[in-house]
Write a protein of this length. Sequence first.
Length: 225
Amino acid sequence: MPARPRPRPQEDAMAPKPEILAAFEAAKGFMPLDEGLALHAAAEEAARLGLPLVEVGTYCGRSTILLADAARGAGVSAVTVDHHRGSEEQQPGWEYHDPDVVDPEVGRMDTLPAFRRTLHAAGLEEHVVAVVGRSPQVAALWAAPVGLVFIDGGHTDEHATGDYEGWAPHVAPGGTLVIHDVFADPADGGQAPYRVYRRALESGAFTEVSATRSLHVLRRTGPGI
């Protein structure tokens, strides 16, 4: 009798428990539920490699909840990297600015306290390593392979390219690269994540696994980035 084909990640991944979904939906952030479920499925699959899951762009921890839940199930850690001063579109006068996360003493955004409250409410603090710093600087110090990199930081070419160049080389063979806010049409959103996504495919190192609206999941299937 022929072997049963192995299900794709979306088919055999378990959905997050209701309390995780409730924490996700209660947290500040911009990721919609369908993209969040796709991220969780990708993280569960990647966590089977037994390696850390890395997020670039923490904000207040909405998507970190999903990575941490997948990491907890596999006995690995979720690592999230952010300077917590907000990306360009979150500054005063821009569309995604939230005055509730401005530090009144220094007059600048500080999403770190909100992030810590998010993890505490979700009961996931012990499964997350939070690194406060700029992505390229942290990536330059990183020396270990990872099972997943989720790029969801700044959306300028400088920042998206820095995130990709700093972290994509650390994705282990068979590991996963997830890129958020990928819009082929400039009318739908900024183009920097789309250019990074195209660069990943054209490198020959990554093959696309799935796409859920603006969230694209790629698997590392070749050398060289």
